[in-house]
Design a binder for this molecule. Structure first.
Ligand SMILES: Cc1cc2nc3c(=O)[nH]c(=O)nc-3n(C[C@H](O)[C@H](O)[C@H](O)COP(=O)(O)OP(=O)(O)OC[C@H]3O[C@@H](n4cnc5c(N)ncnc54)[C@H](O)[C@@H]3O)c2cc1C
Length: 418
């Protein structure tokens, strides 16, 4: 057993008591009803990378959560009695990307996902504590880039941007290595036998090497849809997981319907790319689109809705009952009711060869991800003159930029004020 490196100060995060709360004896007793108590030995691996996730509460001893890269382990956190494992992958039924190992002789309560979901749906107090911890843990994993995906890409490659957006918008923690800036990356390319012509490259779970993969191939490699059963007829299928689709999923699933959402990109839709939404009811100080999408996604799953990612609904067969929705991968899903929440598609610039520069100079809906590509610029310009421009100027302005200009003259005051 390799000695873990103490590298990631997750225990020092803000709101540590919410990210890694300690449950009371009464709360632990309520969880015990849904699982089984069992002893653990020092060094025993309770869950490894790629395992189907289960939930553990420590009742005696200590367990370590470790991030693993090749043969190197880094300690994320040590859990003591009353503390529990898990993050949002437990809700979606996806596989885990950390190792969980006992470091002392002790005892845990082990709960499978199905029983955990039942507990979350019926015990309000525990639901609040667990849901908050799971969401905050994902936020920490993303901000510390702790995951099982490495993306090797280039600022000048539109496909790199596509993949970064796909992983980011799906809230998937990953490390990004910019080959234009990182000279040590050659070693990594050699190790995985990939050349610069293969860029962008996704190294998935330290094993699979995907050369310029489609979003669907990444979703398959990471098991995004593994827990989704496409074969049984649903009460309700929702096409699109933007705010409208996710809201329909929450309402349908919370009323007891068997709900499946089909999403071609990432939960959150357009709203997911907004840096700050200030006119959404219930958020007086605003909320980022990504945070709103993450919460809505977790909320829908909490009620049992399932969400398929990177699958496009191609055709609706409504001349039969139940209805059938054909997907771009050739599969078909049957359902008694359908909600189509596919949002709007924006017009694009009608300039010759504009498509060639999409994602490599021309960006639609420029967000934080795109802003990182041009953060050395001292100005921003835009051909759209909506209030988005004003917000864009403020949110994308790099810290070192002194001026932010917009091409449209009807918003100069907003831009010059920066
Ligand atoms: C950068 C930005 C900032 C914004 N800020 C604000 C704001 O501050 N306040 C505000 O009120 N509005 C804002 N908006 C607008 C707001 O996001 C949209 O009005 C809202 O997202 C519409 O929600 P929707 O669910 O109807 O559609 P969308 O958000 O467009 O979601 C539709 C979803 O359907 C999926 N889809 C489409 N076709 C298929 C298919 N065939 N199969 C499977 N999936 C499919 C798409 O991938 C998408 O995820 C902003 C938009 C952007 C781009």
């Amino acid at each position: 057993m390799a000695e873990p490196i103490l590298g990631i100060p997750l225990m020092l995060v803000n709101r540590a008591e919410q990210v890694f709360p300690t449950l009371t004896e009464a709360q632990v007793a309520r969880i015990a009803v849904h699982g089984r108590k069992r002893p653990v030995q020092p060094g025993e691996v309770l869950l490894d990378l790629g395992d189907q996730l289960r939930f553990f509460v420590v009742t005696k001893g200590k367990i370590d959560i470790l991030s693993v890269s090749g043969s190197t382990e880094s300690l994320i956190v040590t859990l003591t009695p009353g503390q529990f494992t898990g993050e949002v992958n437990l809700l979606s039924g996806r596989r885990g990307f950390t190792r969980i190992r006992a470091s002392e002789p002790g005892e845990v309560i082990e709960v499978d996902r199905e029983h955990l979901l039942k507990l979350i749906q019926t015990d309000t107090e525990l639901s609040d504590i667990l849901m908050r911890a799971f969401i905050l843990r994902r936020v920490e994993l993303i901000s510390h880039q702790i995951g099982d995906v490495v993306l090797l890409g280039s600022t000048y490659s539109p496909d790199t941007l596509r993949i970064r957006e796909f992983l980011t918008r799906n809230g998937y923690p990953h490390a990004y290595i910019d080959l234009d800036k990182n000279t040590d990356a050659q070693e990594l390319l050699d190790r995985f036998h990939v050349g610069l012509q293969d860029v962008p490259v996704v190294i998935c779970r330290g094993k699979s090497v995907l050369r310029n993969p489609t979003n669907g191939e990444i979703a398959d490699c990471l098991g995004f849809n593994e827990a989704v059963d496409e074969t049984h007829p649903r009460d309700l299928v929702i096409v699109g997981a933007g705010p409208a689709g996710l809201a329909a999923a929450v309402y349908g699933a919370s009323e007891g319907l068997d709900v499946l959402v089909i999403e071609s990109q990432a939960p959150g839709g357009q709203a997911g790319s907004s840096s700050k939404i200030e006119n959404y009811l219930g958020f007086p100080t605003g909320i980022s689109g990504q945070a709103l999408a993450g919460r809505a996604y977790a909320q829908a799953q909490k009620f049992g809705a399932q969400i398929m990612i990177a699958k496009r609904a191609k055709r609706l067969a409504c001349g039969r009952k139940p209805y059938a929705i054909e997907l771009d991968d050739g599969q078909s899903v049957s359902t008694r009711a359908v909600v189509i929440a596919t949002g709007a598609r924006y017009r694009k610039l009608s300039i010759d060869s504009a498509a060639r520069f999409e994602g490599a100079g021309i960006y639609y809906g420029a967000t934080f991800v795109e802003s990182q590509l041009c953060c050395k610029k001292k100005w921003l310009s835009s051909v759209a003159g909506t209030p988005q421009v004003k917000r864009l100027c403020f949110s994308l302005k790099p810290p070192n930029a002194s001026t932010c200009w917009c091409a449209r003259t009807d918003w100069p005051q907003a831009c010059r004020a920066i």
